[in-house]
Design a protein around this ligand. Structure first.
Ligand SMILES: Nc1ncnc2c1ncn2[C@@H]1O[C@H](COP(=O)(O)OP(=O)(O)O)[C@@H](O)[C@H]1O
Ligand SMILES: [Mg+2]
Length: 246
């Protein structure tokens, strides 16, 4: 293969935009040829491809990417929920990058289907992030939790459980809504008990009325929840049926 052929094929392989971005002013025969090709296609070789914005990405923007689309703009407007977020934000430990989340109370948001429990919970997470609280958080529905921690070959379920149990802020959505068994009861107990003992703020939503918590989750979990959580009961119609679908 002659040299000029090799040069031509390497030019073809190289993506135009990359060449344009990295080497807009390179001199020499190769650059001259490239500039000629670009000019013949009506492209100004002096104009570089658009660079990614250098604007800093805020914690809220990063968090928004992890929040399910439906709740990405959620604003906690329930007074007890905003009061809880205030309390957690004020208790934050000072740190170089802003206050970090510390031990604190948990919040149990109860109410019938569609009253806005998950919305308020994500609203609270967003509230904390928008105040600059440094926050490592995880969110899961109870049904997903059961599926995720299910013992299966080649998967370290215990590590997953520990990640959720130790996370500085956990959103446990729809507690008591998934099918239960002795195994799920034990799993929920270990998760709640760890967070109870270490006083790790946990946002819990549930469809269950307080009186049914004990029967569904077991006395050990219900008793800990009674001590560790502040309670909000949402009422009203099912918003999914009354608000026009988006
Ligand atoms: N305060 C609110 N303002 C606007 N939309 C809301 C509000 N609360 C809930 N929604 C919307 O209503 C629907 C049901 O809310 P969701 O939080 O999923 O209910 P739940 O978790 O109680 O079943 C969702 O589409 C949600 O975005
Ligand atoms: Mg929900």
């Amino acid at each position: 293969m002659d040299k000029s052929h090799r040069r031509r094929s390497s030019l073809r392989r190289r993506p135009l935009t990359a060449t344009l971005t990295r080497e807009p002013h390179r001199v020499g025969p190769l650059a001259d040829r490239l500039n000629g090709i670009l000019a013949s296609r009506g492209i100004d070789p002096g104009v570089t491809a658009e660079e990614p914005s250098a604007e800093p990405v805020t914690a809220l923007e990063l968090a928004d990417a992890r929040i399910p689309a439906r709740y990405r703009r959620a604003l906690a407007d329930q007074p007890q929920v905003t009061a809880w977020a205030d309390e957690i934000a004020c208790a934050g430990r000072p740190g170089p990058g802003g206050p970090g989340i510390a031990e604190g109370p948990s919040l149990l948001i109860a109410g019938p289907t569609g009253t806005g429990k998950t919305y308020q919970a994500y609203g609270a997470v967003r509230d904390l992030l928008s105040r600059g609280v440094r926050l490592r958080w995880e969110a899961t529905t109870t049904a997903d939790l059961h599926a995720r921690i299910r013992p299966r070959a080649g998967h370290d379920a215990e590590r997953d459980l520990q990640t959720l149990a130790r996370c500085p802020l956990l959103l446990l959505d729809d507690l008591g809504a998934a099918k239960t068994s002795e195994w799920t009861e034990e799993l929920t107990y270990r998760l709640i008990n760890h967070r109870y003992e270490h006083m790790l703020p946990t946002l819990i939503t549930t469809n269950l009325p307080t009186a049914e918590l004990r029967a569904t989750l077991g006395d050990r979990v219900a008793s800990r929840l009674a001590e560790m959580t502040e309670r909000v009961v949402l009422t009203g119609p099912d918003r999914r049926r009354t608000v026009p679908a988006v």
